[in-house]
Design a protein around this ligand. Structure first.
Ligand code: ZN
Length: 511
């Protein structure tokens, strides 16, 4: 590399570092808003966040970045750059091209409207009143539609909706997703029927036995320790706080998760900690030398979900894990679970049943919840349905796909925060995460014999190392379709996930 090329490249990375630092400050303000902020703080907080988003947009669209990109990409020695340099330049250029096409007013207006819509969503959800929520949702949807139409031109996607999907799952089109979701749906519906009609059904009442918050907090810390997510030592880079809806935020050395402790549903915090912990260990095990570089981010939301669901479901809901962990759980919960066997417990936490709420859904029905949302989003952006018709279409689809009757919009169309937050195109990532996790499992099974015995002995280290080496350390070096191919040697495929489910549930339900 010549001196001039190195200098321009370094200047670009310096600018990226500043932008990343600013975004991390906004993320901490968001975290504080959900965990610590007193209710009255909302006014000041929305001003602070709007200001940071304005500054961030200015920094990301500075003409200086455009000039430096030209200097590096058009440099005669560009071809001498290695894969990491080229990927960084590609990602910086992609972000710059997209951000510069979005008018600053649209960005700021969207940020403001998001805060208003979320606030209204909370109120409307509590009073089961979609009519109250609808006008704000319509405003935000129109803003997102404008952005999607602009981004479609820059990203050269087939539809505006595809441009939004690309934000969370780059290089993945809604056409490709529709294809895999069709197969996913067929597999899930078949399996759901088998589970629901099986003779052997679990006793889920054991999961309603009372466990106070304090022992649940201790259990949570033990789980974090098991997966190697340090929240207790003097050198820790994580912490667990309480929020209504669990989430993960942060990057490398400061990654925080949240959970919710329900005294009559102790399993809820167990699985949300394992889930968010899966996200956390992904962020904490990205390549340290790539910190602050675009290549040092996680690959995609779908890959993030593959990691959280791997830890939550493939490990956390396995017979092996509970062989190890049930004695500790019994000890920490007093006499509450003393009569429960591993078999009974594992069946109860893997109960398959059609339900109304996505976040409480089991592994089998979860994908169906996602497919409903994906289809609705496509129809919304193609003007096939309007926001006004959403509740009605939602209820109809829940009946058709899951056989449940939605009684009010709080348990229906208003259950998730995504649309209120303007996160259209995000939902497919959840089901893609499941599909990736199935492919990763199939690959790990061939490469890491004996891993199940290790889990039963309480050792997660080898599995974690495998995930570190095969997923986490690649950061954002590849797009999701490239990454799954690099790791497994295969294209995106639903089969390993469906095979995993069939194998697991035929044993549990004995069909
Ligand atoms: Zn997640």
């Amino acid at each position: 590399m010549t001196k001039a090329l190195i200098s321009s490249y370094k200047q670009l990375l310096e600018k990226t570092k500043n932008i990343t630092t600013l975004h991390s400050a906004a993320a901490i303000l968001h975290w504080d808003m959900e965990t610590m902020m007193p209710p009255k703080g909302i006014k000041m907080r929305s001003l602070q966040l709007a200001m940071l988003s304005r500054i961030g947009h200015k920094m990301s669209t500075a003409p200086e970045i455009g000039r430096l990109l030209q200097e590096t990409i058009n440099h005669p020695d560009y071809s001498s750059l290695d894969l990491v340099h080229k990927r960084n330049l590609y990602l910086i250029k992609k972000s710059y091209d997209e951000q510069t096409k979005l008018p600053e007013e649209l960005v700021v207006e969207t940020s403001k409207q998001q805060a208003i819509t979320i606030n209204m969503w909370k109120k409307a959800k509590a009073t089961k009143d979609f009519a109250k929520f609808k006008p704000e949702l319509e405003k935000l949807f129109e803003l997102k539609k404008q952005a999607a139409e602009i981004l479609m031109q820059v990203k050269e996607t087939a539809t505006p909706y595809d441009a939004l999907v690309d934000i969370f799952e780059p290089k993945m089109s809604s056409e490709a997703i529709s294809k895999v979701f069709k197969k996913l749906r067929e597999g899930l519906v078949l399996l759901l029927k088998k589970c629901e009609t099986a003779q052997k059904q679990p006793d889920t009442s054991i999961l309603e036995r009372p466990v106070p918050v304090e022992p649940q907090q201790k259990i949570g810390k033990l789980l974090a320790e098991f997966i190697g997510y340090d929240v207790t030592s003097g050198e820790s880079g994580g912490r667990i706080d309480e929020t209504e809806h669990p989430f993960t935020t942060g990057y490398y050395d400061d990654v925080r998760i949240t959970t919710h402790y329900y005294p009559h549903r102790f399993a809820s915090s167990i699985f949300s900690i394992l889930h968010e912990g899966g996200h956390a260990i992904y962020e904490q095990n990205l390549k340290p030398e790539w910190m602050f570089q675009p290549v040092g981010d996680a690959c995609s939301m779908g890959f993030h979900e593959s990691q959280s669901r791997f830890v939550e479901n493939i490990i956390g809901r396995s017979h092996e894990f509970w062989t190890y962990f049930l004695p500790a759980l019994k000890k920490l919960t007093g006499n509450v679970l003393s009569d429960v066997t591993v078999d009974d417990f594992v069946h109860a936490i893997n109960h398959v049943q059609s339900s109304k709420i996505r976040v409480e859904a089991d592994e089998v029905t979860y994908g169906l919840h996602v497919i409903i949302r994906f289809n609705l989003e496509q129809d919304l952006f193609a003007d096939k349905i309007s926001i006004d018709e959403l509740p009605q279409v939602w209820n109809k689809n829940y009946n058709k796909y899951l056989g449940v009757t939605i009684k009010d919009d709080s348990e229906g169309v208003m259950q998730d925060t995504h649309w209120a937050s303007g996160l259209y195109g995000y939902f497919p990532s959840y089901a893609l995460g499941n599909i990736y996790s199935g492919q990763l499992l199939a690959c790990m099974d061939t490469q890491l014999q004996g891993w199940r015995d290790q889990i039963a002995r309480g050792e997660f280290g080898t599995v974690k190392q495998w995930l570190n080496g095969n997923v986490h350390r690649h950061g954002n070096l590849y797009s999701p379709p490239e990454l799954i191919k690099t790791i497994t040697g295969k294209e995106l495929s639903v089969k390993p996930f469906i095979d995993y489910l069939n194998n697991k549930y035929s044993q549990l339900y004995q069909f």
